[in-house]
Each structure stands twice: as C-alpha cells, then as structure tokens.
Ligand binder design. Structure first.
Ligand code: 3H9
Length: 696
C-alpha cells in the first residue's frame, strides 16, 4: 500500500512496517506540509491493524536538516512541531528513525520523539540552532538530557556541534549503527522486534543528576565562549529547566525561550548570515560560466603569504610548485611551509605521515618554465607595481594558453598588472588573508577584462580550499581593506579628539570584534602601514584631516609586538598601555589646538560602525560589491565582525536606515569631508527601503 500525504510525506507498507519517507528537497526541511504529513502518517499507523511498526526516514541525501529556516520570519502555522513529535512518541506501535546524512535541529528532535534510532555509519546528528540565534524548540533541550545526561546535553546544545555515529552510539543518542547499505532494513527489523513490547519514551525518563555546581560553572564558560551572542546561554537555561522541572513544564520553558529568540535581532542577523553564506558564491550574471581545469597550482614567492597560500593548497590536496628568486629564498619558502604544517601536527590535526605526503606534493624551482603545465598560479611577491609587472611578464611567457594568472596583491591596481601580459582576460586577483591556511575569506578581484570562466575558476578554487569567496571590483583596498582604512581613520581621529587607544580597543571589543584596531596594528606591525603612508603622502588630499600620531610612534622605533612596544608595551607577551604613547597623543592634540574631550563607549562604537556602514554602502553603490551581503561576508569572514550582528550592512538595517542616516548627518556637521553620507544610503532612506531589499 502507498499513501501520498501531499508530496512531502510518502507512506508505504512493507512486511507489516509502515515506511514513512520525508521527501522535501533539497534537505527535507520541516515545512508545514511535512508536519501535517507526519501527523497523518502516524494516524494511519495507529489505525491500520496490518501495521506492526513504523520507520521514519528521509529521501535524498539527508534524514531531515531541521525546521525550514525560511519560515522563521513568518507567523507559525499549525500543526506545531512539538505536537507532531508528541504524537509520534505517543504512538503505541514502535517507531524507529533511520538516520542517514544528517539529522539536525528539528530533524534530530523528530528522531528523539521516535522510540528507537538507527544511524548510518557516516551520518551526523546535532542541534545547530544556536548558530541561528535560537535554541531547539521542539523538545530537544528536554529530551536530550534525559538520554545522555545534563553535561553532554549542555555541551551539544550550547556549541551546536555535530556528533558522528560512533560518538552518538557511545553516549546513547542512538540504539545502533547500521552496516553499510543496510539502514532501512536494520530500522525495520529493530521496529518489528519491539512490536507488542513496552516502548521507551524519552519524555517519561528521569534526568540523571549533575554535579551540584555544574550550571554555575557552565554559565561562566558559555558566557565567555559566546562573546556577546545570547542563544548559547539561553540553551543552557533550557537544559537547566530539564534538570529542575517536570517534562511538561520544561517544554513550556523551552518554547517560551525559543519564541522569544526567534524574533530577536540576533536571530534575524544569523538567518541573514545563513543565507548570505550560501548566496555569496552565486554571483548574478555568472550562472552560465564554467570553471576551467584546476588540477595543478603554483605560487610565486615563499614569504609569509606565498608559503601560507601554498599550505592552504597542499591541505586541499593539490600539487604545488613554488617559484623563488634564488636557492636561499626557495629554501626559506620550503622551511616556511614546513613550519606551518608542523603547527597542524603539534595541534594534533595532521599526522607526521600526512605532513610528509603534503611536503612531497610541494616542488620548488627558480625557473618559470617549471610552470608550463600549471593550471593556476598565485603571485605573492613584494607589493610593488614594478616587481609585479616583471613577474607577470614572465608568467605570460611561460604559462600555457588557458592558465589562470592570479595576484595576491592587497591594494595594487590589477588592471595595470593585467596590462603587463598579452592575456588580460586570464588575469585575476585572489586576495588571501593572513594566515592564508586559517582565514576563511578570499576576495576574488575582477579587473575589467577578466573573462567569466576565470572568475568562476576563482570560486571553484575557493570551494576546494574551504574558503568563503566574495567577488570585488578593482579599487584601492578592494572591499575589506577599503572599509578597514576608513575605520582606522576614525580611530585615529578619536585619539586626537580625546580618547586613548585602549579606550577605542575596549569599546570595539565590547561591540563584538575580536580585537580593537590598535591591538590589530600592534600585531600586524606598525611599520608596514607607515611605509604605505610615506608612499602615498604626495597624492594625499590636502583638504583631508591627517593625524600624525602613528608616524610619531613609528619614529620612536615602536612597531608593535615585534619590537615589544607599539600602542601597548609587551612584557611576557602581555600588553599594557604604552604611557609614552599617551604623551605623544596629548602633545599632538595640543599642537593642533584640539581641546580634548571625553568620548564615551557609545560614541566610539557608533563612529567605528558608521564609518564601516557608510563606506560599505559606497562600495555597493559603485558596484565594487555586487550586493550588500557581499560586504557583510567580507567583514564577518575576513575581519571578525560578529556573526550575530550579521555584518555592518545587516546591522544598519537592524538599527534602521533612517536613524543611521540621521546619526551620520549629525557627525557630518563636525567633519563634512569624512562623513558625507553615501548616496545609496540616502536613496534607500528616501525610498523606504533596506540593504536587505538589494540582496533579494
Ligand atoms: C530548527 O530546526 C529549530 C527547531 O529546533 C524547532 C522548530 C520548532 N531550511 O547548505 P547547503 C537549503 S532550526 C531551509 O548548500 P550542503 C539551503 O539554503 C534549523 N532551507 O547544502 C540551500 O538552498 P539553496 C536547524 C535549508 O549539502 C540548500 O538547502 N538546522 C535548510 O552543503 C542546500 O544547503 C540547521 O541549521 C533549512 N533548515 O549542507 C541545518 N537547510 O540551494 C542547516 C539547508 O537555495 N543546514 N537549506 O542555496 C545545514 O547545515 C546544511 O544545509 C546541510 C546540507 C548540512 C543540511
């Protein structure tokens, strides 16, 4: 017999077992049709005397990926998931979940509502709701502690981490792991074997007692790890309810927290990130382009960036050729790669054998002809236009037709670099962030003549390297460093106006960034930006406000961590404010006739954030970024902007664009050059629109 409840749930009866298949591509998200279909199917199981047991499974590549994230912005529609799961659990015939792929969020909650769970050896289960600013909302926080204890439940729901089959069996989340290809029949057999026997219902179990101080210490740990995000602590609160309240009361508490979080700003921001992360590689207009062959890679230069990029490529399984200027430099390049890989070994993330295999895939040469069969090369030499042009001339001469020629420049004009070759259509920017084998962001920078297939080859490489790639047009600093420059300028203005570097850092870190701008400068080395300022001094707009403080700090030879002194003094690696810098700052304010004033945390945060928003809007308006979401992804994956704020342009939407514009206009009164509002921001406010409207 076959019952088709809408298209989302299919029911067949095989050997006395009702096989209930959730079929809602692509990931069997729990839409209203799925919920209704499950309720109907369970009614059929109860009513049909030929059925002795039931199996719930998923069609396609996963069991069930969770609630339909697209429904969260809309009013909930019955039947509600907790009621669907209660109906499954109440069924008086055994119901067994057959889990393959993943059972996540509401999908795992459905599995916990079943009496038994069988898992494919490659499957994973978990509660990723915290990553969406939520907590499990259909009994997950109440059933999980009953099954595996409070400690493990707290770990899983507060971290969102996914558990592989072996661990799931060990901690009692599932009853069995099926042999390869045998999942359905194992689930059917288990279900049938329990027909007529008393059925285990997790809601009826008691929660094993935890250590007396467990929740107190756990709250401290979770608060620290969450760095301003609310959902992990609220998830812990729900687990605590499971430990202290009867099941029905605990369910009410969980539901209340879930509902509260669902409409929160953090949940909105995290939903935006969820979809933006997936949309960012789907660039409008490139749908039909096909990536070029990408089997062999090369890097030019074995310094910090070149070696870092080589490591990222080796980790992804590519053979990599490194080109250097002389034997000594090549040896240093190899040693840099070796050292970086050794870091993976010492952290237990790579075996010695695997490291040796990685190193065996690295070849080195002084001769560009070694690249004649290479599919894609990434140049990472000194940031100097003359040097880059020479390198690209050599690449042009040596490489085969159809090879992709990429530069890792952070700010040079790639159109000019491309013009040094006879094949500008094959030239592209691949801007990695340091360390290249850690940082998730890759800016793909598209000069005017680059062909579509070269651009999508950049995206294909990013996917292989596990990176989030964002397309950028050519401009000074591209998306990320252009915004960073504006943000740093504001930070400089504020220290001349009355704040101190550590006040700025503290306020920025309280906003949720991992490090304030002055701490970052100390880490990167103040000398690099100093050299850049000297290079561009002649072309600087004379009308623009220029703060000399950083130059004076550099003149003292204080370049940050590497010299033990910068904005901060480093003793035993620990930073403390550099009081000599404070003297320089006070003297500079006095020299410029500035009466220093107190600048509070709110003002610091606003000026930093609005500088980012205004520049981000300009970048979208100039079509350097295709959509606001591209700017948000650059900031989150390249600069540590908190995910739970959704990126600067999502934050602007949440604050409300009319308020953002009013605030910028108020700042404009004191500094009209810096704070001229972006024309896009003005248009959006005039039209009653948001940045999010431009993402659709
Ligand atoms: C929840 O369950 C709350 C409950 O506790 C309480 C309820 C009362 N909804 O990632 P992919 C789409 S909260 C809607 O590229 P993969 C995705 O947008 C939920 N759509 O594939 C994409 O669409 P498009 C907790 C979803 O193979 C397509 O599916 N669950 C959902 O790399 C393919 O996705 C989660 O947070 C969804 N839930 O990875 C799980 N999930 O093609 C989130 C995916 O148009 N999902 N889509 O861009 C995942 O982790 C991954 O998608 C998964 C597949 C591992 C499943």
């Amino acid at each position: 017999m076959t019952q088709d409840s809408g298209a989302a749930i299919k029911l067949t009866i095989e050997d006395g077992v009702a096989v209930i298949t959730v079929d809602n591509p692509p990931v069997n998200a729990i839409s209203q049709a799925v919920r209704q279909g499950l309720v109907d199917a369970i009614k059929t199981v109860a009513a049909d005397s030929s059925i002795q047991a039931a199996v719930i499974r998923g069609a396609g590549k996963v069991f069930i990926a969770g609630a339909d994230v697209r429904e969260f912005g809309k009013p909930p529609v019955e039947p509600f998931l907790p009621d669907v799961i209660a109906a499954i659990e109440a069924c008086d015939k055994p119901v067994c979940a057959a889990i393959h792929g993943v059972a996540l969020g509401g999908g795992f909650e459905i599995a916990l509502g079943c009496h038994f769970r069988v898992m494919d050896a490659k499957a994973r289960v978990g509660f990723p709701e915290v990553n969406l600013g939520l907590i499990p909302g259909a009994g997950g926080t109440q059933r999980l502690p009953r099954l595996c204890g409070v400690e493990k439940a707290a770990d899983l729901v507060t971290s969102g981490r996914q558990v592989a089959a072996k661990e799931a069996l060990e901690i009692g989340l599932v009853d069995a792991i099926a042999a390869d290809g045998d999942l359905l029949s194992a689930a059917k057999t288990l279900g049938l074997s329990k027909a007529g026997a008393p059925l285990p219902r997790i809601s009826e179990m008691t929660v094993p007692a935890a250590a007396a101080d467990f929740f107190t210490t756990e709250k401290t740990r979770v608060t620290r790890a969450a760095r301003g995000q609310h959902s992990p602590l609220r998830a812990l609160e729900a687990v605590e309810a499971a430990a202290t309240l009867p099941f029905a009361e605990g369910m009410k508490r969980e539901r209340a927290i879930f509902q509260e979080l669902r409409s929160s700003d953090q949940a909105k921001a995290l939903r935006h990130v969820f979809f933006a992360e997936r949309a960012v590689s789907k660039v409008p207009g490139l749908e039909d382009a096909k990536a070029r062959k990408l089997d062999t890679l090369a890097v030019i230069g074995g310094g910090t960036m070149g070696a870092g990029i080589a490591v990222a490529c080796l980790r992804a399984g590519y053979p990599v050729t490194m080109i250097e200027a002389d034997d000594a430099a090549l040896e240093r390049g190899r040693a840099n790669v070796d050292k970086n890989l050794e870091g993976f070994v010492s952290r237990g993330r790579l075996s010695n054998e695997a490291k040796a295999e990685h190193m065996a895939r690295l070849s080195g040469s002084l001769d560009y002809n070694a690249l004649k069969d290479t599919d894609l090369v990434i140049e990472a030499v000194f940031e100097d236009m003359g040097v880059k042009k020479i390198v690209f001339g050599k690449l042009d001469a040596a490489m085969k037709p159809g090879a992709v020629l990429a530069t890792n420049t952070s700010y040079l004009d790639i159109d000019e670099i491309a013009a040094a070759t006879k094949r500008p259509g094959d030239v592209i920017g691949l801007h990695f962030f340091s360390p290249a084998f850690v940082m998730r962001l890759l800016e793909i920078v598209r000069p005017a003549k680059t062909t579509d297939d070269v651009v999508v080859t950049g995206f294909a490489l990013a996917q292989k390297l596990g990176k989030v790639a964002v397309l950028s047009g050519v401009c000074d600093g591209f998306i990320g460093n252009r915004i960073l420059a504006k943000m740093r300028k504001q930070a400089d203005y504020m220290i001349e106006d009355g704040a101190l570097p550590w006040d700025v850092d503290k306020a920025v870190e309280a906003f949720g960034l991992p490090m304030g701008p002055f701490r970052v400068m100390d880490l990167a080395g103040l000398d690099i930006a100093w050299a850049q300022r000297k290079r561009t001094a002649a072309t600087r707009d004379p009308a623009e406000r220029y703060v000399d403080i950083a130059d004076k700090v550099c003149e003292e030879g204080w370049f940050g961590q590497k010299t033990g002194r910068g904005w901060y003094v480093y003793e035993a690696g620990k930073p403390s404010p550099n009081t000599d810098v404070e003297k320089i700052i006070l003297a500079e304010s006095a020299r410029k006739g500035i009466t220093r004033r107190a600048i509070d945390v709110q003002e610091i945060q606003n000026r930093i954030l609005y500088a980012m928003i205004n520049e981000g809007a300009r970048i979208v308006d100039e079509k350097i970024a295709a959509r606001p979401l591209d700017v948000d992804m650059v900031e989150i994956f390249g600069y540590g902007f908190p995910r739970w704020r959704g990126g600067p342009l999502c934050t602007a939407d949440i604050i409300g664009l009319p308020k953002v514009l009013d605030d910028i206009r108020a700042l404009e009164k004191a500094d009209p050059l810096f704070w001229k509002p972006s024309a896009l921001l003005e248009r959006l406010v005039a039209d009653g629109k948001t940045f999010s409207d431009l993402n659709q």
